[in-house]
Design a protein around this ligand. Structure first.
Ligand code: ARG
Length: 579
């Protein structure tokens, strides 16, 4: 609906400047909702008009801006035009703003608000493969994997909401020397019973123990190499044990992903591309890209002058492949299988170099599509601990979040009677984890803090959930009322306009997140919307107001609830109805 107004303002500009309407649409953005100047709704920077050749590129810009603004005359849609700090501001007719913005909510819920905006027309849409989470079997699930899981899910949700075809892929660390060790370890310290009972825990124990023993036992090292060789040669017994490890791990993880409300379309893994790595090696060879280093390893020279000052190892001296070799093979086979337009990898920033090398090698091999592969990297989390100590499994973090949230809910006197308090605590606890993680730029490291993230008032996921639940209960108490005739002129109070102006920004916020894949824009948008809603709860009562006022306010609240829920879902949060 923001587009209706953008078009109207653009038409006005087009008429005055004798240009096509379309050139102005992208230059118009919703004005930030500020405490001080509440008047304007949209703004335009004349700088952008200069860049696009609409205003002369020389001369006094301030003067040009003021002249332009003076030529634009107010009308029934745009009530006021003003210039502030180099921007031209447009204030819309308040009643029309309420009418047009809330129109889509006339029949109650509207989950698509802002998502089919004209604003997105310039976006290229297509098939996007998002690879995320990707834990390693038997190894620790560290905070980085949790971050990759929720960030990747957010990106996939966002891309899907904006009309792309999204493939969600988990690329398990299910191949490599660690399986040699695990195999050798299992025959010594493994227990089939324990493996059935608590698979992740047991595999991890075996893995830790065998690593320790291997430090001073040549026997174990030898056995590990032998087991891995058996795997590489696909020998039955070794393969069936490996298969068992993989299957039970995936099953366990699926349970945890379900708790997080996350699904994958494909569980792939490093093991999938064994045969193709050999093809990759042959292709590198035939293109003359494979060199032998002094140490006898196979390398690709990535230095600009071809002087081997920057090399990437793709083959060990014994001919076995590495992580990057498997990634090259995986990328090529994914392109063939899924025909993606874009591929996004989500891992912590320690792998930046790995992905730069990967993309460069793919390009040198003649795969121009590698230009559209992107690595989204993120910073480290410090101090992720539970009451029992360091986190080893993802499930521990979720359990702790739920337990702490349940405790807080029991302490609070606003908590409602719930059918399933555990389930609510789980959902709210997860939103707390997500919002804490998404608040800052992804690249930054942050300190994990249970108390801060679980605060009920503050910039937290708990606050978002609380706001949503409060809106739901308001709707429930007044069911049926908002469907009556709607008088938009009842919504001219400051607090109501704050919410309307915030809703006006939603499509731009999504657009911004889509451009840089940072969830922080959406998080701060939703937090701000929630703060406006909190003021509106105080200042715009429904109960006791004249019917048309009550009904108009209710529609405003209903719109805020829909947008809040839609934004939360994109972040990967399941909104609760009651808490
Ligand atoms: N399993 C890897 C790790 O835990 C992450 C995999 C990232 N994806 C990739 N295609 N290399 O570090």
């Amino acid at each position: 609906m923001a587009c209706f107004f953008r078009r109207k303002i653009a038409a006005k500009l087009a008429k005055t400047l004798q240009q096509s309407e379309d050139v102005f649409v992208p230059a118009l953005t919703a004005a930030p909702v500020l405490k001080k100047h509440q008047s304007a709704d949209f703004r335009m920077s004349p700088e952008t008009l200069r860049i696009n050749g609409i205003l002369p590129s020389s001369g006094d810009l301030q003067l040009q801006t003021e002249n332009l603004a003076a030529q634009l005359k107010p009308d029934s849609v745009v009530e006021e035009i003003s210039v502030r700090q180099g921007w031209i501001y447009f204030k819309l007719n308040r009643s029309l703003l309420a009418e047009k913005l809330l129109e889509p909510f006339g029949k109650g819920e509207n989950d698509n608000f802002g998502l089919n905006s004209e604003f997105f027309e310039t976006l290229k849409r297509g098939t996007i493969l998002v690879e995320f989470s990707s834990p390693n079997i038997a190894k620790k699930f560290h905070a980085g994997h949790l971050r990759s899981t929720i960030i990747g899910n957010f990106i996939a949700n966002l891309k899907q909401s904006l009309g792309n075809n999204v493939i969600r892929m988990n690329y398990l660390g299910d191949w490599g020397m660690q399986f040699g060790l695990l195999g050798a370890g299992f025959s010594r310290f493994g227990c089939t019973e324990k493996l059935k009972e608590n698979p992740l825990q047991h595999l991890f124990e075996v893995y830790v123990q065998v690593n320790k023993e291997a430090e001073h036992s040549e026997d174990i090292k030898l056995a590990a190499r032998d087991f891995f060789r058996q795997l590489e040669q696909h020998e039955n017994q070794a393969m069936s044990l490996w298969q068992q490890f993989r299957e039970i791990t995936v099953k366990e993880y699926q349970h945890v992903y379900k708790r997080l409300g996350i699904h994958f379309d494909v569980f792939s893994g490093e093991s999938f591309h064994q045969a193709q790595t050999q093809e990759v090696v042959r292709e590198l060879q035939s293109r003359g890209l494979l060199k032998t280093s002094e140490k006898g390893t196979g390398v690709v020279d990535l230095s600009p002058n071809g002087d081997m000052s920057n090399i990437c190892t793709v083959l060990r001296s014994d001919g076995t492949t590495l992580y990057i070799t498997r990634d090259i093979a995986a990328a090529i086979s994914r392109k063939e299988k899924y025909c993606f337009d874009d591929m996004i990898y989500v891992t912590d920033k320690s792998q930046e170099n790995h992905f730069n090398q990967l993309f460069q090698i793919l390009r040198t091999m003649g795969n121009s599509w590698a230009e559209r592969c992107r690595h989204v990297s993120f910073g480290l989390v410090q101090g992720m601990k539970t009451r029992t100590g360091e986190v080893v499994f993802l499930e521990d973090v979720l359990d702790e979040a739920r337990a702490r949230m349940l405790h807080n809910m029991n302490q609070s006197n606003t908590t409602k009677e719930l059918d399933n308090p555990d389930d609510t605590a789980e959902k709210v606890g997860i939103s707390a984890l997500i919002v804490q993680d998404f608040k800052g730029p992804l690249q930054s490291d942050y300190k994990f803090d249970w108390d801060l993230m679980l605060q009920a008032q503050g910039d937290t996921g708990v606050f978002l959930q609380y706001t949503h639940a409060r809106l739901c209960s308001l709707m429930q108490r007044n069911e049926g009322m908002e469907a009556a005739a709607f008088n938009p002129s009842c919504l001219c109070e400051r607090t109501g306009v704050d919410i309307l102006q915030q809703l006006l920004r939603y499509d731009e916020v999504l657009y911004q997140s889509d451009q840089d894949l940072q969830p922080k824009h959406l998080v701060s948008f939703l937090l701000k919307l929630s703060r406006f809603v909190a003021s509106a709860h105080r200042e715009l009562p429904v109960k006791g107001s004249p019917p048309d006022v009550a009904q108009a306010r209710l529609r405003l609240f209903s719109a805020a609830r829909s947008v809040l829920a839609s934004g939360m879902r994109i972040l990967g949060i399941t909104p609760v109805q009651k808490m």
